[in-house]
Design a protein around this ligand. Structure first.
Ligand code: UDP
Ligand code: MG
Length: 329
């Protein structure tokens, strides 16, 4: 059984200050270098919005002094809340932990700590939300500081997901940077699966949504925690948690192979009847055996991907463990 999602009312400490209108949730892993600058820029932007606000920094088991930086920020600024996870759980889960602990009564903003998502876009997100949209998602118009190959693979991935995704449409060039109304957040928090492909979960929830275009900046400092292996795994996560399409491949490959084998058999029979049998089939036999072996292994692998996910979900563990939670004041 998934644990119930803590609601805005149940999450924070009793007797705490009244909830702010807006929460900004920031998952952080080894971000000590950028955090002070991030907080400075975020505060400047948030003060300009005229809304009451808090920022929830989630320390996702950083190995540097990110937690100390957060605690220092919190000591100096009552807007700061800190959620310290017991170890590194990965961005998607760190983000979920932050959303669980966000007290924002009207909306939440999700943003990366590395300043690739400029906080200066937040007022536009708020404006779109005020137009009546539940979700205002920031859409990249330019990808500065990212290579041609990364851009091409990202484009290919979005196209693939769009093709496989069925009813759930993934917006293109969109990360986690967005504003969500309280009701769409509450809906999102009901989804407690362990394999969390956030972009997909955001899309699954639905509600009126609108894109806000922005230019994605290169990382301000530190280094990205992504590499090709992680990106490949994220794509697998996205595909397997949102479509069972690959499971159907086996059926169609099987049908095509059987059909081709039928034609092959027919021409073999015909040739044997007409010209006799000179026994020359070894290479083609090998090719067919290896081909079928390969196809079968691949299909087993695909089934395994799904089976592994079922295994992980059935354990019913909590998504994360909080070492300490210090709410905003
Ligand atoms: N992050 C996290 N846990 C992780 C990896 C990353 O909380 O295990 C955070 C990181 O601190 C940053 C955000 O997720 O705020 C995005 O990470 P990154 O910049 O490395 O990813 P990219 O921008 O390349 O997608
Ligand atoms: Mg980044």
């Amino acid at each position: 059984m998934p644990e119930p999602a803590p609601t805005a009312a149940a999450g924070p400490v009793a007797g705490a200050s009244p909830p702010p209108a807006l929460s900004v949730v920031v998952p952080c892993y080894n971000e000590e270098e950028v955090l002070p600058e991030f907080h400075r820029r975020l505060s400047a932007v948030m003060e300009g919005t005229g809304l009451t606000w808090e920022v929830v920094y989630v320390n996702d088991g950083s190995e540097d002094r990110s937690l100390d930086v957060m605690l220092r920020l919190r000591a100096a600024d009552p807007h700061v809340a800190v959620v310290n996870l017991s170890r590194n759980f990965g961005k998607e889960i760190a983000l979920t932990a932050g959303l669980d602990h966000a007290r924002g009564a009207e909306a939440v903003v999700v943003i990366d700590a590395d300043l690739q998502d400029p906080p200066e876009v937040i007022p536009q997100l708020i404006a779109t939300w005020r137009e009546g949209y539940d979700i205002a998602y920031a859409q990249r118009t330019a990808r500065h500081g990212e290579g041609l190959i990364k851009r091409a693979t990202a484009a290919a991935f979005y196209r693939l997901m769009q093709g496989l995704g069925g009813r759930v449409k993934l917006p293109k060039d969109t990360g986690d940077f967005r504003l969500m109304s309280r009701r769409s957040l509450d809906a999102l928090l009901k989804l407690r699966e362990h394999h969390r492909f956030m972009k997909g979960l955001f899309a699954w929830v639905g509600f009126p949504s609108k894109a806000v275009p922005y230019e994605r900046a290169p990382r301000a400092a530190g280094s990205t925690k992504w590499n090709w292996w992680k990106l490949w795994n994220l794509s697998l996560e996205g595909i397997t948690s949102f479509t069972v399409g690959p499971l159907k491949i086996a059926t169609y490959v099987g049908v095509v192979v059987a059909f081709l084998a039928g034609i092959f058999l027919a021409q073999l029979l015909l040739r044997t009847i007409l010209f006799g049998n000179p026994v020359a089939g070894y290479p083609s036999l090998m090719a067919v055996v290896l081909f079928l072996g390969g196809v079968q292994m691949m299909m087993l692998g695909i089934i395994g991907e799904y089976l592994g996910r079922i295994f992980n979900e059935t354990k019913g563990r909590p998504l994360y463990i909080v070492e300490r939670h210090l709410p905003s004041r």
